[in-house]
Design a protein around this ligand. Structure first.
Ligand code: GRF
Length: 194
């Protein structure tokens, strides 16, 4: 399974996928990494592992249509079979979603449909969970459609919220679980549903 991973910032989920592929826990290959952020750690992580990595944004290609075509061509050129959005903050263009219909997945750090949608990313999600007084939160892996965080849910994992948690402490606990869960779902669930 050739996976194209999209990421905007830290890329620790990407690293979990790369490590699992290397160790053989995941029978797959990260064939290409794409980021909208030239300074993303994700691009550096890919380069360190010898994985082709590309920065695509409107800073590089101004015309959105040409930008989308360039991303799609890169995906096809690298024999992409599935797309995994691991902390990617942009929407994918409709031609990409159409070409990879049902084969685009996203990981989100909450139990969707709670705490999803526009603006619900990064620390904002965990702040909202703490503010609401929830005693559990979690992780969702879902298919991607043309809205934020609304596609079909593939798998969820619960993570406890503990007394005294700050949003930062909770974010770290959830992210550590993501690194395990992302590999489990990629190896056990996704091959059976694509
Ligand atoms: C993760 O929390 C993921 O659920 C969300 O973005 C974050 C990415 O973290 N979509 P990292 O960049 O992989 O460290």
């Amino acid at each position: 399974m050739n996976i194209a991973v999209f990421a905007s910032h830290g890329g620790s989920d990407l690293q979990a996928i790369i490590d699992a592929c290397k160790s053989g826990r995941l029978d797959a290959k990260v064939s290409v990494v794409i980021s909208n952020n030239s300074k993303s750690m994700a691009l550096k992580r890919a380069e360190t592992s010898g994985i082709p990595a590309f920065h695509f944004s409107q800073k590089v290609i101004e015309d959105p249509q040409i930008l989308e075509e360039a991303i799609l061509k890169t995906l096809i050129d690298h024999n992409t079979q599935i797309i995994f959005l691991a902390g990617y903050l942009k929407k994918l263009g409709s031609s990409i979603l159409k070409t990879y219909k049902n084969r685009v997945f996203n990981i989100h750090p909450s139990l969707l449909p709670k705490y999803g949608g526009k603006g619900m990313y990064g620390i904002n999600v965990h702040e909202a969970v703490i503010k609401a007084g929830d005693t559990e939160t979690g992780i969702t892996i879902h298919r991607v459609d043309d809205c934020y965080d609304t596609g079909e849910i593939i798998a969820q994992k619960k993570v406890p919220v503990l007394a005294g948690d700050t949003a930062e402490i909770l974010a770290a606990r959830v992210l550590a679980q993501e690194h395990i869960f992302i590999v489990e779902v990629l190896s056990e669930t996704i091959p059976g549903i694509i």
